[in-house]
Design a protein around this ligand. Structure first.
Ligand SMILES: Nc1nc2c(ncn2[C@@H]2O[C@H](COP(=O)(O)OP(=O)(O)O)[C@@H](O)[C@H]2O)c(=O)[nH]1
Ligand SMILES: [Mg+2]
Length: 293
């Protein structure tokens, strides 16, 4: 298998196909077959991504302009497969985002902005929430509604921090199971005790991609660290100490696991402001705490 196939590419293996594993400002870190190392830094070819300018001149305002913006080609994000022009001497250039097999989007309820794509090209979508103050069956319902048109992938609801289970929690877990019904499988896990890890590993198959979605603090990075192994987690810590902070999860990152599966860890929903949810709830003076729901 070539490198790009290992990273989940299932199309014809042609030169110039890469997968975005991280984005740093104007630069995209791609994995591909073009180099022995399999890694390349690339930029977007400007003219390939600025169609909006020709469709929507500066004089165009308001709704018309956002319509034109919608028609603009998608900007690459972590997880995307792209077509690029390799340049051994200088910057390689991304020419095009290849069709996404799956995508999870947050839709702005105020419709003032276009939707925000949180993850792409995953086989499994982990909709994560923890068994403490973050627990909300209503949120899971919203997640599942958003996942309704995600394309060719499976959504799985993951309840994290099961080690924090208290007496009476069975009721909440039952309510969740009832809400989810047959729409998704529900996993109960704990990174601390290892509960449920066998079930998680069923999705961590070679060449498969799992995307983690959930509020900040639910345990996404911890699960990733557990799956990637202590060695990987230690490297991340060193990088944070040295000030490079590669894994503070301020942006999406695609990580290859020792099993050959990949994880896309997304920043906490709070940071990316999904649906302004936390703010809205707080503004109403309603606690998100499960006991007072
Ligand atoms: N008790 C318990 N705490 C956990 C578990 N997983 C993560 N945490 C803690 O929850 C906090 C947030 O975890 P993190 O992985 O950074 O969350 P993220 O924001 O979703 O990436 C950290 O203090 C973790 O140690 C778990 O399974 N059990
Ligand atoms: Mg994190």
């Amino acid at each position: 298998m070539t490198r790009i196939e290992q990273f989940g590419w299932r199309g014809p293996v042609e030169p110039g196909v890469g997968r975005v594993v991280s984005a740093h400002g104007d630069y995209y870190h791609l994995v591909c077959n073009e180099r022995p190392s399999g890694e390349v830094l690339a930029r977007k070819k400007k003219s390939a991504f600025t169609r909006m300018k020709t469709v929507a001149p500066d004089s165009m305002k308001g709704a018309k302009r956002s319509e034109a913006a919608l028609a603009a080609p998608p900007t690459p994000i972590t997880g995307d497969f792209v077509r690029f022009r390799y340049n051994a001497q200088g910057d390689s250039m991304i020419l095009e985002v290849l069709p996404r097999l799956s995508h999870f989007e947050r839709k702005d309820p105020t419709a003032r902005r276009t939707s925000q794509t949180l993850a792409v090209n995953f086989d499994t979508l982990f909709l994560m929430m923890s068994l403490n103050e973050n627990f909300s069956t209503a949120r899971v319902e919203r997640y599942l509604a958003l996942a309704g048109d995600m394309g060719d992938a499976e959504a799985v609801v993951v309840v994290t921090k099961m080690d924090l289970r208290e007496e009476g929690d069975g009721e909440y877990l039952d309510a969740l199971a009832e809400t989810v019904g047959g729409k998704a499988r529900i996993l109960h896990i704990s990174a601390r005790t290892g509960e449920g890890m066998d079930a998680v590993l069923e999705y961590a198959r070679p060449g498969r991609t799992v995307a983690f979605i959930g509020s900040s603090g639910v345990g996404k990075s911890t699960l990733l660290n557990t799956l990637a192994g202590e060695e990987w987690a230690a490297t991340q810590e060193i990088q944070e100490w040295s000030g490079k902070g590669r894994h503070t999860t301020t942006s999406r990152e695609l990580v290859m696991l020792p099993s050959g599966a990949m994880v896309i860890d997304t920043p906490g929903i709070r940071e990316i402001g999904i649906m302004g949810e936390a703010d809205a709830v707080q503004a109403k003076g309603v606690s998100t705490h499960r006991w007072r729901k």
